[in-house]
Design a binder for this molecule. Structure first.
Ligand code: AHG
Ligand code: MN
Ligand code: MN
Length: 321
């Protein structure tokens, strides 16, 4: 069995990047341990505060954010971090080589029902300057040095890319190490499965209404095949399913809140998932361009997301042209 660090060495990964990834995964193994003891640790329920985006924070959002912040600060490799749960970036080590962005706990609404949640992260090279500001994080997703997520499910799984394919590792309970089990994920090009929160249908733009209604028509409709639908309500779970067996995941633009271009955040949700998807042979778009080509404007910016099996993503995006 190949352990994570050996696999990264084999890909000639910069040793300090390997060390950084390693410390993120050690912290995620600790988060997994905490989740396992859920109700017994008094870690469920609300934290009683809102994050910068006006969303109610759960206790676990706050705890996992603090754990990751501390773990990253201890590496001495990170110049600054940005997180879903922090209004502004947080400076760390002035000599650090990297910037790290993360969604400490994705799928918060699943915590209290013992369902899938995960941690999503994105790593960039830090600019050569002393004081880091929010604007220093506004780098296109294409420039990520590494991206990944840890899924806290029946197994704890790390899915990672450093730009040399997308790979999956499983946390081994005995050794506490992540072991490689899929060397080079390949997303099937075609699919009959899609994921969307259909309760928002009336708020979607016209092209998305049309695309989904054509899928629902099944065999007798223009697509001439029957589709199935799945919705985990945690992007990390939906994307994991798509990396395993294909599919299309979308959280589209909707007119519920005109100030928000979608629900998902570019810098610590869409970008890392887009890199993992592209590196696995899939596609990841907004309703017009590849997510990785977006010029970011804000660390908490929201974008429409359409990702997964490349042919299906193309069909969906074409409805918008
Ligand atoms: P977070 O828990 O980090 O705020 O993210 C939740 C996101 C995403 O993971 C998921 O796909 C989506 O919200 C679920 O949205 P609905 O509540 O509309 O199902
Ligand atoms: Mn999230
Ligand atoms: Mn979150």
């Amino acid at each position: 069995m190949t352990i994570l660090s050996t696999h990264l060495e084999n890909q000639n990964t910069d040793p300090s990047l390997t060390a950084l990834i390693q410390s993120i995964t050690v912290c995620c193994a600790d988060i997994a341990d905490l989740l396992k003891h859920g109700p017994m640790n008094d870690i469920l329920g609300m934290a009683g505060a809102e994050n910068v985006q006006g969303e109610d924070q759960k206790k676990l959002d706050v705890i996992s954010n603090d754990m990751l912040k501390e773990a990253l600060a201890n590496t001495g490799l990170v110049k600054a971090i940005a997180s879903e749960e922090e209004e502004h970036c947080v400076p760390s080590d002035p000599d650090g080589k990297f910037l790290v962005l993360f969604d400490p706990l994705d799928g918060s609404s699943n915590i209290d029902i013992n369902s899938l949640v995960g941690t999503i992260f994105s790593i960039y090279a830090a600019p050569e300057k002393e004081t880091i500001e929010d604007t220093d994080f506004l780098i296109a997703g294409r420039k990520q040095l590494a991206a990944g997520y840890v899924l806290y499910g029946p197994s704890v799984i790390l899915t990672l890319t450093t730009g040399h394919g997308t790979h999956m590792y499983m946390l081994d309970q005995n050794s506490n190490a992540f072991l490689l089990f899929v060397d080079g994920v390949q997303i099937p090009r075609e699919t009959k499965e899609f994921a969307i929160n259909a309760a928002n249908q009336r708020h979607w733009a016209e092209p998305m209404q049309l695309y989904i209604s054509d899928l629902l028509k099944g065999e007798t409709g223009p697509r001439q095949k029957n589709f199935n639908m799945r919705w985990v309500a945690a992007m990390v779970g939906d994307v994991h399913r798509i990396l395993c067996r294909g599919g299309l995941f979308t959280y589209p633009w909707d007119k519920k809140d005109p100030d928000k271009a979608g629900k998902l955040r570019l810098m610590y949700e869409a970008n890392p998932m887009a890199l993992l998807t592209e590196q696995a042979g899939g596609a990841a778009f907004t309703d017009e361009l590849p997510i990785l080509d977006i010029d970011p404007e804000h660390i908490h910016q929201r974008v429409p997301v359409i990702l997964g099996s490349s042919e299906e993503v193309n069909i969906c995006v074409n409805y918008h042209r």
